[in-house]
Write a protein that binds this ligand. Structure first.
Ligand SMILES: Cc1ncc(COP(=O)(O)O)c(C=O)c1O
Length: 401
């Protein structure tokens, strides 16, 4: 939750700029806004941070995924390969685009694997929605090779991995389009918000139009604008953008602290026989928002979770059973519970969602415990946590050895 750790005077100053003009809308009203354009500044700051040619801020990470899919041309009836471990928003965005999610295996990177993607490809596969999970990044060399070989569209949901990179390229910028979330739990927050990124001018324009009812955003008379495409209201407000702007400026500092803390945690906990960590394809590119610890098997991981709870250790996620990020908890997907018909009901599911065979994913998530890293932890706080964690883990592993 790094973004919220550092809220303060700078946020208040940027918000006040907006309050003084009274222009909360991100477009037009040029005279009244007195040169204050927070959404534009926010977008420029994100583009600078990640090295994107274009960035477009919207109302949430979820709507940013929708923009990324739309701007990449993913729509009705397209099969899209998705991970079974992600925040549900990724899968919802595919379904509400009218497309059909196909679940594939992840590996110890916690992201879709190249092998998993390959096995899930059918003649109807149009795209892969790759989600970079838990602050880390996918195995991009191998995945890009599959994308090229099979002529697929790559869309990246880096909702949890802004400021992560692989061999110098930021997550979100490998494929046609990408996006980040700025909700309350991310490395930088706007309260609520999201940012779409791309290096393609064409995709950027599409996302920009799509996220505001198709408005062209040309000229300074909103009522007289043309509408090159249909769209919807995914706009961010100036107040949210003002917060996102300040928070984005802090990300390099947070990333540095996170990495220092994560290294220490891995060094200390790695001394315990039986403790390993999720694979980080490029350790220099880790945003390090989570320590992703792996136990030898699901049973032991569950025992460690019980031991953490019994010993009052908080701040971790055991996605396998108690978080809403894993397919085992997605009863609505499996049972087709929808408010209104989607293309899954109309065209038929591309897989039997009730009986998916994803053994590698089950095993990986069963073994995974993720600790949210606080960039503001003092050495004393960290040492204290590590000694409690070590004792708890050893208690379990020694007992069962
Ligand atoms: C991978 C991923 N994608 C999308 C989202 C949705 O973002 P938001 O909560 O800003 O709508 C999240 C949020 O947790 C996420 O983790």
């Amino acid at each position: 939750m790094a973004g919220t750790e550092y809220y303060g005077a700078e946020e208040r100053k940027e918000i006040n700029d907006v309050l003084e003009t009274g222009v909360f809308f991100r477009f037009n009203h040029d005279a009244q806004r007195n040169g204050i354009w927070k959404a534009k500044e926010f977008e420029a700051e994100v583009a600078k941070l990640v090295g994107a040619k274009h960035a477009h801020a919207v109302s949430s990470g979820s709507t940013a995924v929708s923009c990324a899919l739309a701007a990449a041309g993913i729509g009705a009836g397209d099969e899209v390969i998705v991970p079974p471990f992600t925040y549900i928003a990724s899968v919802e965005a595919v379904i509400f685009a009218g497309a059909l999610p196909v679940f594939a295996e992840i590996d110890e990177t916690l992201c879709l694997s190249a092998e998993g993607i390959k096995k899930a490809i059918t003649p109807k596969t149009k795209a892969v929605l790759l989600v970079h999970m838990c602050g880390q990044m996918a195995q991009m060399d191998e995945i890009m090779a599959v994308i090229k070989e099979h002529n697929l569209v790559l869309v990246e949901d880096a909702g949890q991995a802004m400021a992560a990179s692989f061999k110098g390229t930021s997550t979100g910028l490998f494929g046609a389009t990408g996006c980040y979330s700025f909700d309350f739990f991310k490395i930088a927050t706007a309260g609520e918000g999201g940012v779409f990124v791309t290096n393609s001018e064409e995709a950027y324009k599409l996302a920009d139009n799509y996220s505001d009812h198709g408005h062209s955003h040309l000229g300074n008379n909103r009522g007289m604008e043309t509408h090159p495409v249909l769209g919807f209201n995914y706009r961010i407000s100036e107040l949210h953008a003002a917060i996102g702007l300040v928070q984005t400026r802090r990300v390099p500092m947070i990333r540095e602290n996170n990495n220092r803390i994560k290294s220490k945690m891995m060094q200390e906990l790695g001394k315990i026989t039986g403790v390993t960590f999720a694979t980080i394809p490029d350790p220099n590119g880790d945003s390090a928002t989570f320590l992703n610890m792996m136990l030898p098997n699901t049973e032991l991981a569950q025992k460690v979770v019980d031991s953490f709870n019994a010993n009052g250790i908080a701040g971790f996620n055991y996605w396998y059973t108690n978080m809403y990020h894993f397919i085992n908890q997605w009863e609505h997907i499996k049972e087709g519970k929808v408010a209104a018909k989607t293309n899954i009901q109309l065209l038929g599911a591309p897989q039997d969602y009730q009986n998916l065979h994803l053994p590698k994913t089950q095993e990986t998530i069963g073994r995974l415990i993720s600790f949210g890293i606080k960039a503001s932890w003092t050495d004393e706080e960290l040492d204290n946590l590590l000694s409690k964690m070590s004792a708890s883990i050893k208690e379990v592993l020694v007992q069962t050895a």
